[in-house]
Design a protein around this ligand. Structure first.
Ligand code: SER
Length: 318
């Protein structure tokens, strides 16, 4: 299996690229990003190309050159960045996906595209949000995610392209920072807990959102692409979740390891409004039944692992 990744230097790609290389072989994973960060393991570890995913011709050339069979299209702006510059968000999120789908159509590739909890809106049922439900997002990020879900379905029905995807919740990790998302607080809080023993949160303490630890996110992205297509009734927008919590609750779990940890709040009205428009918790039954989705990390286990990893790194660097 030959795989190409776009946006590989982002939060997800920085860990998915090595995971795919491990599973499919270093030379079978072509890593691309619009940035060139020569220090990143994703760049140093195997084939790397600078690529603007909106450039369909350049993308097709690479796909032909390496006889790529599968594309993980990870390049996108996250919710808060998209709200700050909606025009740019539409351009990158939609024109990037369009170029990827066109290349996949002409070159016969399968495609993985992440959608998001951001694809839901204030009218969506908030608790245990079902797989198939009302989607009227009020953010540009959400508009591009719903459009992307529909476009991927269209390419499947109209052209037979093997498009698949999940609606990721906030992803928590300790390799590359997310950058520009509404759920970023849930990552930052661990770094600040270890470095400073306190954290100032930009969301209110009782704001519930779905989250997932990176190892589970990698598993979702890889397992879905390996799933038997005969079992997939949905394709491009599987709800997947691992946990739902609010900042107060996360802080309480951190205190089990760092009893003096303190949290206070300075609310960012833009990100608070985005969070308020998203579900409190998702129901992911379709993913469990259609391709065996099952997460391993809950808040307790993830907190222990994040804090241990960050503390060990701090000791190593001090
Ligand atoms: N983590 C993303 C964000 O906050 C949601 O998909 O934008």
């Amino acid at each position: 299996m030959r795989i190409l990744i776009t946006g590989a230097l982002g939060q997800l790609g920085s860990e998915l690229a090595p995971a795919l290389r491990e599973r499919y072989g270093v030379d079978n994973v072509i890593v691309t990003d619009i940035r060139t960060d020569s220090q990143s393991p994703a760049v140093l570890g195997g084939p790397f190309y600078t690529l603007d995913c909106r450039d369909g011709e350049a993308l097709t050339r690479l796909v032909k050159k390496h006889r790529v069979q599968r594309i993980y299209h990870l390049a996108a702006l996250l919710s808060a960045t998209a709200e700050a510059n909606p025009q740019k968000a539409w351009d990158i999120n939609m024109n990037g996906l369009y170029a990827v789908l066109e290349t996949a159509r002409t070159e016969g590739c399968s495609v993985f595209t992440p959608s998001s909890i951001g694809a839901f809106g204030p009218g969506t049922p908030k608790e245990y949000t079902p797989q198939d439900t009302l989607q009227r997002p009020t953010t540009m990020y959400g508009v591009t995610k719903v459009t992307g879900e529909l476009l991927c379905d269209y390419y499947h029905h109209r052209y037979g392209v093997d498009t698949r995807g999940v609606r990721f919740p906030g992803i928590i990790s300790n390799v590359a920072p997310p950058g520009g998302g509404t759920t970023d607080y849930a990552v930052d809080i661990y770094y600040e807990a270890v470095n400073k023993g306190r954290y100032t949160c930009f969301l209110k303490g009782d704001t519930y959102l779905d989250m997932m630890y990176m190892p589970d996110a990698l598993k979702a992205a890889m397992d879905l692409m390996e799933a038997d297509p005969g079992r997939l009734r949905h394709r491009n927008a599987f709800n997947v979740t691992a946990m739902s919590f609010c900042p107060e609750e996360q802080a309480a779990y951190i205190r089990r390891h760092i009893p003096t940890f303190e949290i206070d709040y300075r609310i960012d009205p833009v990100r608070q409004a985005i969070a308020n428009s998203w579900p409190n918790s998702l129901e992911d039954y379709a993913a469990r039944v259609e391709w065996g989705w099952s997460p391993e990390y809950d808040l307790e286990r993830m907190t222990a692992d994040m804090l241990n990893t960050l503390k060990a790194r701090q000791i190593k660097h001090s």
